[in-house]
Ligand binder design. Sequence first.
Ligand code: SF4
Ligand code: SF4
Length: 226
Amino acid sequence: MDPASRLNVLKHIYSVYETFAATVPSACRRGCAHCCTRNVTLTTLEGCHIVSHLSAIREADLFDRLSFALERRRFQPRITTNELADICLQGQDPPQEETESGETRCPLLEKEECAIYPVRPFHCRCMTSRTDCGETGCADMDPFVMTVNTVFLQYIEHIDASGFSGNLIDAVLFLQPEENRRRCTSGAPVARPPGLIPNRRVSALMIPPKHRQRIAPLLQKLNASP
Ligand code: SF4
Ligand code: SF4
């Protein structure tokens, strides 16, 4: 698939999810940003989508903020979603991920609003809670929504199988030079960038039996051509 087609598929996936998300009851509202932390992850294709948007706005300022955040602790995943699916398929235990907590405000948050909202990665789009996290201290996500989110993450990784995943800060800074973006979007072999992990194709979708029937219409929409 050529770079433009992959970007179109990514936008199609975002669009299908947006329609689904509009049907999910949630306490989320504009200006509520407890979930906007330095621990957000994404694929390099999503990162390229973000950087192409940054070029048109305050690119230098936002890159400066990301560079500053590089000095701070953040979640850096050790396995991707499709790798986790493969490990589960083989009946093995996945490695323990190191979680980050404490004061971890996302560097792209401005006055409780996202500076890159139209191109924010899927991990930000799929974050939702049935109760106000500010009051309860954590998100309360519907189990079916969690299944849908996992499947969408698997699709997003699949279409970028020659790319990488990782923390937003590491990925977007790696993609700052145009040459790195060109190499990542062209599907050409790229040496593993610092802090990022290689993506994989989907072997099996992680859908519990109780959600298979309910998720079927969404899969049909995902598989339809953009
Ligand atoms: S997930 Fe929680 S913190 Fe994020 S917008 Fe929804 S209610 Fe607010
Ligand atoms: S990228 Fe935007 S939506 Fe995502 S965590 Fe940062 S500020 Fe929030």
